[in-house]
Design a protein around this ligand. Structure first.
Ligand code: FMN
Length: 196
């Protein structure tokens, strides 16, 4: 079980993307907060269709970044600010789309720019439809990212959101599990390498 001493004062950047499981990112943010982390949220435009920036603002005390071109007053106007400050970047949930962008070196939103620019370890918790997850392009992208040092938590087999599939592979790992795995990595830096 993660202890506050492992997390206290760490700057955790939580990336939320456009998955039906986006609401569970609130629980991930909450758990990191309980453990004493400073949590900053970045969201894709897609993520805002599922959960509002206001929710994360209220939970973390910081206004999430959605539009990297929008000037901010609470920190330097720097699209790589989060990347530079992060001790850990956690993408939960992470869509097939964002996995594909990262695997192919694309950086056209705050989440993918931050992932590309950071020297911190990046934990990815995918969530998607079972057929999307089993798609060979998605699988190849995941293999590629694992080889490059990205750390995956889940997805798991279980009940999926779509009424078309009762259950399958592609379910977001439980929020507590995502935080547990991320904290374990934080606690043993030798297992934790920045993706390259
Ligand atoms: C209701 C609904 C649920 C979705 N859930 C997922 C999901 O769990 N995982 C996923 O990869 N894409 C999902 N998508 C598709 C993504 O939202 C879509 O690929 C979008 O472009 C992702 O944008 P982003 O990756 O920039 O956040 C869903 C779409 C809809 C309409």
């Amino acid at each position: 079980m993660a202890k506050p001493s492992q997390v206290n004062g760490k700057f955790v950047v939580l990336g939320v993307t456009g998955s039906i499981a986006a609401y569970k990112a609130c629980l991930v943010a909450r758990r990191f907060m309980e453990l004493g982390a400073e949590v900053y949220v970045m969201m894709t435009q897609g993520a805002t269709k599922f959960v509002t920036p206001l929710t994360f603002h209220a939970l973390t005390g910081h206004v999430p970044v959605v539009d990297m071109f929008e000037p901010r007053t609470d920190w330097q106007i720097e699209h790589v600010y989060l990347a530079a400050k992060a001790n850990l970047v956690v993408l939960a949930p992470c869509t097939a789309h964002v996995i594909g962008k990262i695997a192919n070196g694309l950086a056209d939103d705050i989440v993918t720019v931050t992932v590309m620019a950071t020297q911190a370890p990046v934990v990815i918790a995918p969530a998607m439809n079972v057929n999307m997850y089993q798609n060979s392009i998605v699988q190849e992208n995941i293999v590629r990212l694992k080889k490059l040092g990205y750390i995956f938590v889940g997805p798991t087999y279980g009940k999926l959101a779509s009424p078309l599939e009762a259950e399958g592979e592609g379910r977001l790992a439980e929020p507590e599990e995502i935080v547990e795995q991320a904290v374990k990595l934080l606690a043993s830096p030798r297992r934790l390498k920045a993706p390259r």
